[in-house]
Design a protein around this ligand. Structure first.
Ligand code: K7E
Ligand code: CUA
Ligand code: CA
Length: 639
C-alpha cells in the first residue's frame, strides 16, 4: 500500500471514529469509553500492518470453480435473506422472506401469501420486514443442512428456510412481543438428551410493551413486560414464553441443549434512551429450558390476551431460589451487545458495547448455580477483559481464539480465551490480545467459517462493516455496506477482499458446502393443486369463479386463450412439466400485478379479479428456450 493511501485511510478512520465518539460522549458515555485508553492491553488505534500484496489465501475463484462455503446472509431491512459463495463473495441467490419479490412471485402467489399471512381482502398482512440474524439447524453439534431461521424485528416474526430449496416454508408471528431481535436454535433436546439435534428455536424480544398491548397501561412503562419465546423447530408453533425483568437482545444456546441466554441492555426497564443507560451493569439472562418446560407441564403459567401460549414467570422476584429458578441473571457491564457460544462448548461471551470489555461466562458454573452448588451467580464470570471501544460480536476459530468487532475503533481484535481467563485470574503477564486489524469501517457482526459449531475450522472471517465510505464508486447519498473477508489461518489476520452489499446485512453464518444438499427439481406430488398430466389442462367456470388449470412445457403454455368476463374472479394454477434442472418459466399478466415463476415440476397459483376488459398477453418472463418470446397466452376479458 502506498504511503498516501495509508494516510488517507487513517484520516477516513478518524473522521468516522471521532464523529461516533462525539455522538456518544454527550450521553454520559465518555467515562466508560476513555477508561479503555488506560487499559494495559487495549490499544485502540494501534493499526495492524497493511496487508502486503498477495498475502493471505487467495479468495478468488476462477471461472467455473465452485466456492468452498455457503454464506447465509441476513438482508436487514430489505426483508430478505441472501446466499453468497465464499470465499469468492459471489452472490448466488436472494431469498424473499418478509418482502415482496416480483421475480419469484413472493407475496403475489396464493402459496406465498398463505405463508406470509393475509388480511381479509387477501393482500399480505405485512409488507415490510427487517431480518437480523440467520442461524441454521444442528445435529451432533454441527450444521445438518435441514433449515435456517431468520427473524423479522419489525413485526416479530420467525421465518424458516428449507435448505434443500433455499425457500421460506413457514413464518410464525410471536404473540405479545415487540422488537424480536435475537434468535438461536437449540443444539440438542434439553429434556430428551438422546435427541442430538435442533428441536426448538429461541427468540429474544427487545422492546417491552403492555400485556396485552390493547390500549391499556399506555403511560405506565413500569407495567410493560418482555417475553422470551420458544418455537418448535418442526411445527413452528410457539411452545411457551417466559417473562423476564428488563429486555433481551441477542440469543445464544449451549451445546448440551440445557441453557439458552440473552444479553440485556435495559435492565433499567427504561422507556427513554437516557434511562436505558443509568445502570453500571446490565445482565445476561440464562434460561433453564428443562425447568421451564416442566413448569409448563405442571400448569404453572398464565396466558396473555387472546394468546393461548403458556407464559411462565422468569422475573427475579419469582426466581430467588436457585434450586427452583427458571432464570439466572448474570450481571455484565453497561449495555452489552451480542452473546456468542464458544465452539469448545464451555463459554458464552457477552460483548460490552458501552464498556470496552468482553465478559466470559462459564456454562458449567451456571449449571452449578442452578443446582445450588455455587453461592453467587457472579462467580460464573471467569474473565472480563478490555478489548477496545464498542465491542459488539465475537466469532471463533476453533483454536481457542475469539474475534470481536470493535464498532468505535473500526477494528477486529483477536484474543485468546485461555489467556484472558488467566489475566482475569491475576496473571498480569498473560497476553490475551493476539492481533488487531483495522476494518473499513464501523463493524457490526463478524463470523468465521463454521464458527458457531463444534467444527469451527479457522479459515475465513467475514466482517460486516456498516459504512463503506469512499471504498466504492459513489452512487448518491446512500452507500453500500462493506463486507470484508479476512484470512485467519495464521497468527496475524490478513484482510483479503471487500464486497459492497445492499443495506443492511447484520448477522450471517458460513457453512461448509458439503453440509448442504439441494434438490434439482421439485416433486409434483408435493403440490395438491398440480395437474397429473398436461392433457388435463382446462378452464372451469363455477358462477363467476373461473379456474384455469394451466401447464407449461417449453416453449408453450397449454392454453393459448383464456377467455373470461369482466368481474370474474380468476384463479390460474400453473404446473411446470419441464423436468430439466433450472428450466423455469415465468407468468406475467400486464396491468393485473401478476408475475411469478414456476420451477421444474412445481405448481403455483394466483387469484385476481378480471376488472379491466381487453386483451392481455400473458407471457413467460423467465428465459427458457429459443422461442421464449413466443411463449405467450392471451387473456381475453370480455366487457
Ligand atoms: Cu449487532 Cu441486530 Cu445482530 Cu446488527 S445486531 S450489528
Ligand atoms: Cu418459458 Cu421463457
Ligand atoms: Ca442499561
Amino acid at each position: 500500500m502506498a504511503k498516501e493511501e495509508v494516510i488517507s485511510d487513517i484520516s477516513r478512520r478518524k473522521f468516522l471514529g471521532t464523529s461516533t465518539v462525539l455522538g456518544l460522549a454527550g450521553i454520559g458515555m465518555s467515562a466508560g469509553l476513555s477508561a479503555c485508553k488506560d487499559g494495559a492491553q487495549a490499544a485502540p488505534g494501534a493499526a495492524a500492518p497493511a496487508p502486503e500484496h498477495g498475502a493471505g489465501h487467495n479468495p478468488h475463484k476462477a471461472p467455473g470453480q465452485l466456492d468452498d462455503y455457503y454464506g447465509l446472509w441476513s438482508g436487514g431491512h430489505s426483508g430478505e435473506m441472501r446466499v453468497l459463495g465464499l470465499p469468492s463473495g459471489r452472490e448466488i441467490k436472494r431469498i424473499p422472506v418478509f418482502n415482496m419479490d416480483c421475480l419469484s412471485g413472493w407475496g403475489i402467489t396464493n402459496e406465498s401469501k398463505a405463508i406470509l399471512g393475509t388480511k381479509p381482502d387477501g393482500t399480505p398482512k405485512y409488507m415490510v420486514g427487517d431480518t437480523h440474524h440467520v442461524h441454521a439447524s444442528y445435529a451432533k453439534g454441527t450444521y445438518d443442512g435441514r433449515y435456517a431461521w431468520v427473524n423479522d424485528k419489525i413485526n416479530s416474526r420467525l421465518a424458516r428456510i428449507r435448505l434443500d430449496t433455499f425457500e421460506c416454508d413457514k413464518i410464525t408471528e410471536l404473540p405479545n412481543v415487540q422488537g424480536f431481535h435475537g434468535v438461536f436454535p437449540d443444539k440438542r433436546d434439553p429434556v430428551d438428551q438422546s435427541i442430538d439435534r435442533t428441536t426448538r428455536v429461541f427468540c429474544g424480544s427487545e422492546f417491552h410493551i403492555p400485556h396485552p398491548n390493547d390500549g391499556h397501561d399506555l403511560e405506565s412503562p413500569e407495567k410493560y413486560g418482555a417475553l422470551f419465546s420458544c418455537v418448535d423447530a418442526e411445527t413452528m408453533e410457539v411452545r411457551w414464553q417466559c417473562k423476564v425483568d428488563g429486555n433481551m437482545d441477542l440469543v445464544a444456546t449451549s451445546y448440551d441443549g440445557k441453557l439458552a441466554a440473552s444479553n440485556q441492555y435495559n435492565v433499567e426497564n427504561g422507556a427513554h434512551y437516557e434511562d436505558m443507560m443509568s445502570a453500571e451493569r446490565d445482565a445476561c439472562v440464562f434460561f433453564n429450558v428443562a425447568r421451564i418446560e416442566q413448569a409448563v407441564k405442571d400448569g404453572k403459567f398464565k396466558t396473555v390476551g387472546d394468546s393461548k401460549v403458556p407464559v411462565v414467570d422468569g422475573t427475579k422476584a419469582a426466581n430467588a431460589d436457585p434450586k427452583t429458578a427458571l432464570t439466572a441473571y448474570v450481571p455484565v457491564p453497561k449495555n452489552p451487545h451480542g452473546v456468542n457460544a464458544s465452539p469448545d462448548a464451555k463459554y458464552f461471551i457477552c460483548a460490552g458495547k458501552l464498556s470496552p470489555t468482553a465478559t466470559v461466562i462459564e456454562l458449567d458454573k451456571v449449571l452449578a448455580w442452578f443446582d445450588g452448588k455455587l453461592d453467587d451467580i457472579k462467580k460464573t464470570i471467569v474473565a472480563e477483559v478490555e478489548l477496545g471501544l464498542g465491542p459488539l460480536h465475537t466469532a471463533f476459530d476453533g483454536r481457542g481464539n475469539g474475534y470481536t468487532t470493535l464498532f468505535l475503533d473500526s477494528q477486529i481484535v483477536k484474543w485468546n480465551l485461555a489467556e484472558a481467563i488467566k489475566f482475569y485470574g491475576g496473571d498480569k503477564n498473560a497476553k490475551y490480545v493476539v492481533d488487531r486489524l483495522d476494518v473499513q469501517f464501523q463493524p457490526g457482526h463478524v463470523n468465521a467459517s463454521m464458527s458457531e459449531t463444534r467444527e469451527a475450522d479457522g479459515q475465513w472471517l467475514a466482517v460486516g462493516c456498516k459504512f463503506s465510505k469512499d471504498r466504492y464508486l459513489p452512487v448518491g447519498p446512500l452507500h453500500p455496506e462493506n463486507e470484508q473477508l479476512v484470512d485467519i489461518t495464521g497468527d496475524k489476520m490478513i484482510h483479503v477482499a471487500d464486497h459492497p452489499v445492499y443495506p443492511e446485512p447484520h448477522d450471517f453464518i458460513i457453512v461448509k458446502r458439503d453440509k448442504i444438499k439441494t434438490r434439482q427439481v421439485y416433486n409434483l406430488d408435493d403440490f395438491p393443486l398440480a395437474l397429473k398430466d398436461p392433457k388435463e389442462s382446462r378452464i372451469e367456470r363455477n358462477g363467476n369463479k373461473v379456474t384455469v388449470y394451466l401447464a407449461s412445457q417449453a416453449p408453450a403454455f397449454s392454453q393459448r386463450e383464456i377467455k373470461v368476463k369482466k368481474g370474474d374472479e380468476v384463479t390460474i394454477i400453473l404446473t411446470n412439466f419441464d423436468k430439466v434442472e433450472d428450466l423455469t418459466h415465468g407468468f406475467a399478466i400486464p396491468k393485473y400485478n401478476v408475475n411469478f415463476i414456476v420451477n421444474p415440476q412445481e405448481t403455483k397459483s394466483v387469484t385476481f379479479k378480471a376488472d379491466k376488459p381487453g386483451v392481455y398477453w400473458c407471457y413467460c418472463t423467465h428465459f427458457c428456450h429459443a422461442l421464449h418470446l413466443e411463449m405467450r397466452s392471451r387473456l381475453i376479458v370480455e366487457r
